[in-house]
Design a protein around this ligand. Structure first.
Ligand code: FMN
Length: 326
């Protein structure tokens, strides 16, 4: 293998988890500027990669990345081993530093075709898919899997037992079930158990919204890293805070002015690099930055209508003026 970043990078790994509809280039790059160890583009369908219609060209655009984003890993979903093989080969040829298989998505559009978390319910097919991806990359880049605690009656421990002998490079577990995809506490006992069942590094997802929660996860489960997702909403600096906390026991909480400046930087990155209509994609994301600021709802209403950098700057100027008049 040219390079197995899961082995090579210093543990614990703290990185931005894949998020469909969120982790576009601008989002990735703003989080990377705050020390994310690994990045993932939005996940892509193996069917869209195979049937390259005009509509599916959006899929290939989603797989574009800059050299500065390395290490970057493509995540693919579907349920057909042959198309997984082909998709894995393409990801390798596109220059990705790894391929990750999605065994965790609960969304109907993925589940209805037997992909994502539903695959946990068919351990034989899961194994075939992993083997197909391993064959597809031909040993040149690492293969990893992201899944959940359970699907119906199948627990991730059953999955771990079935995949433990495969040459995988990492397993990431979101500590919630298919049936309760984002509700309740993430199950740290399950991650701790999985860590004892497979020989490759295990990552935790779902209990890393604060530096304290991230440390608790690492201490309790003994896992090798944390994939941070929603905690970065309006807080792209969270990964840096987690790393600082693990290293020194403290971290910097940005001032309101620093937060607004980061928001402007994020918007200007999106303006430069996002394909299509950058401000349409950005509007909800910008609103996350002003949570907790007095009169936030009034400013959020303005941010959901912005069409240019100029308009973003006007809203930010008004917020800063209000902050200095307090
Ligand atoms: C909007 C959104 C999109 C997501 N898309 C993906 C995805 O494409 N692939 C994936 O493996 N997980 C996806 N997830 C799950 C996250 O990667 C993560 O495992 C989950 O949100 C739990 O982590 P958190 O509590 O830090 O948010 C998504 C989550 C959210 C909120």
């Amino acid at each position: 293998m040219k390079r197995d970043i899961w082995q090579e990078l210093v543990k614990p790994l703290i990185y931005l988890a894949p998020m469909s509809g969120i982790t576009n280039k601008a989002y990735r790059q703003i989080v990377k500027s705050f020390a994310s160890d690994i990045l993932f583009p939005e996940f892509v369908s193996i069917y869209a990669m195979h049937y390259q219609t005009e509509e599916n060209s959006r899929t290939m655009q989603m797989l574009e990345f800059d050299e500065s984003e390395r290490p970057i890993i493509a995540q693919v979903f579907g349920s057909d081993p042959e198309l997984f093989y082909e998709a894995a080969k393409k990801c390798k040829d596109l220059g990705f530093d790894g391929v990750d298989i999605n065994f965790g998505c609960p969304a109907p559009k993925v589940a209805k075709n037997g992909g994502g978390c539903v695959l946990l319910g068919d351990l034989g097919l899961s194994r075939k898919i992993i083997q197909a991806v391993i064959d597809g990359v031909g040993g040149e880049i690492p293969v990893s899997v992201k899944t959940r605690v359970s699907y119906k009656n199948t627990h991730v421990r059953d999955f771990c037992k079935v995949i433990a002998d495969l040459p995988l490079s990492a397993l990431c577990i979101h500590g919630r079930s298919f049936e309760k995809p984002y509700e309740g506490q993430s199950d740290l006992d399950c991650i701790k158990e999985a860590k004892g069942l497979v020989p490759f590094p295990v990552m935790s997802s779902g209990h890393g919204h604060t530096p304290e929660a991230a440390k608790e996860t690492l201490d309790y489960t003994g896992c090798d890293g944390i994939a941070v997702a929603r905690g970065t909403f309006g807080k792209p600096w969270l990964i840096k805070q987690i790393k600082d906390y693990l290293e020194t026991g403290s971290y910097h909480e940005p001032t309101q002015v620093e937060i607004l400046d980061t928001m402007v930087l994020h918007a200007s990155m999106a303006e430069k690099i996002n394909i299509g209509r950058p401000f349409v994609e950005l509007r909800k994301v910008l609103g996350w930055y002003i949570k907790g600021i007095p009169n936030a709802s009034q400013y959020r209403a303005q941010l959901v209508r912005v069409n240019s950098m100029e308009e973003v700057r006007v809203v930010v100027k008004n917020i800063k003026r209000q902050l200095t008049n307090q």
